[in-house]
Design a protein around this ligand. Structure first.
Ligand code: MLT
Length: 387
């Protein structure tokens, strides 16, 4: 532990209006992001720890240690019990929401509804309930909004993602591959340090002692923005606009795009300075589940050629793929073709990590007193006026 008086960062005028980029504002125990080796959950590199699967990864974020067999079984049983407490009136409420609303707006409405009907006011209880129950809400959002039919009854004993895929009931989908994909997707998207916009917003709102559901609703509003979580939707749509999977043609497309001041979606990251290990894992998964998919081939060609072209520009600090460069491709290959829903899948996972961080900030930090209400300072550039 460092000395309380240790100077961590000198803030200069140049740091203002840059979105607090890189400025330390708190501590985090669930995860950290190294620019080169990427995401770590409680110190374990995600490139290794993702194999433990969804429930053990959530347990790790909550308890800061991996569960043994008995602890994992107990945790899973607890999630099953909590899932059974889902108030299905939330699914009825979804049927009254306007279809013009984005699925993320539905998720935010659903979280607030769950808060109104089932919150306990205890951050840990509510956080665990969200982990256990959100799959049912999100599956309901897919089914009601896509017109796939009535919500499907939950079977939580199947496991978090297994039950989610069961409740989705994707028409014509390959449930085994979708489950394999969702287990990886969920585990990889749980947490990404403390300073990303959705996590920061949720913790800030919780610091005013708003309940867990309202705080996560605020987080999800942050995630909804196209510069944050909605980038995965834009990324798939971008990839679909690449006319061919031939590497030379892909390279030409990237060059043309840059010449016209267009964006190369899925490349670069605020913190990372090498290929995002979450992308690396998913490129590998694609080789298993959809090696012949045309879009997967395009994504692989982009991985090679977009990096090559972007590296030619010394001003590009990170020319490497991030998690969004490939996740949408795999989701559509396993039957989830509507990219409007991708950010909701991101949110389904990220709510668990943010809940773990909120529990830490509210109940564990400062010897249990919790972090103080967020109150930063904005420097006024107005001269004092009279009269
Ligand atoms: C991510 O998962 O990459 C993020 O939430 C974005 C970030 O870390 O800024």
């Amino acid at each position: 532990m460092s000395e309380p008086t240790e100077v961590l960062f000198e803030v200069t005028r140049a740091h203002l209006d840059t979105g607090l980029r890189g400025i330390p504002v708190g501590t985090v125990r669930t995860s950290s992001v190294d620019p080169y080796s990427g995401l770590h959950y409680v110190g374990y590199p995600v490139s290794e720890i993702w194999q433990v699967g969804p429930e053990a990864a959530v347990y790790l974020l909550l308890n800061k240690e991996l569960p043994d067999e008995g602890q994992l079984a107990e945790f899973k049983a607890d999630l099953v019990r909590r899932a059974r407490g889902f108030d299905t009136r939330a699914l009825e409420m979804l049927k009254h929401l306007p279809k013009e609303g984005h699925p993320m707006e539905w998720l935010i409405a659903g979280l607030n509804y769950m808060g109104m009907t089932t919150k306990t006011g205890d951050y840990r209880e509510d956080g665990l309930n969200v982990v256990a129950r959100l799959p049912q809400l999100v599956a309901g959002i897919f089914r009601v909004r896509s017109g796939w039919g009535e919500p499907i009854d939950s079977q939580p004993e199947l496991g978090l993602m297994e039950n989610f895929v069961h409740m989705l009931g994707v028409p014509g989908g390959d449930a085994d591959k979708l489950t394999q994909m969702m287990r990886v997707f969920y585990t990889l998207h749980l947490d990404h340090g403390g300073g990303n916009l959705s996590t920061f917003s949720g913790k800030a709102v919780a610091s005013g002692l708003a309940d867990m559901y309202a705080s996560l609703g605020a987080s999800m509003a942050g995630l909804y923005g196209p510069r944050h979580g909605r980038a995965n939707q834009d990324c798939l749509n971008f990839l679909r606009s690449v006319p061919s999977s031939d590497p030379d043609e892909v390279e030409q497309f990237v060059r043309d795009q840059l010449a016209n001041n267009g964006l190369i979606y899925g490349f670069g990251h605020a913190v990372l300075r090498s290929e995002d290990p979450r992308a690396t894992i998913q490129y590998g998964l694609g080789a298993e589940i959809c090696p012949d998919d045309e879009l997967y081939k395009t994504a692989m060609a982009m991985r090679e050629r977009a990096v090559k072209v972007l590296r030619e520009n010394p001003k590009v600090s990170n020319p490497y793929p991030n998690v969004d460069a490939i996740s949408g491709t795999l989701l559509q290959a396993v039957g989830l073709a509507d990219s409007d829903f991708y950010t909701v899948l991101f949110g389904l996972s990220r709510c668990s990590g943010i809940a773990a961080q909120i529990i830490d900030e509210r109940l564990n930090f400062r010897n249990g007193k919790g972090v103080a209400i967020y109150r930063c300072k904005f420097i006024s550039d107005q001269q004092p006026k009279r009269g």
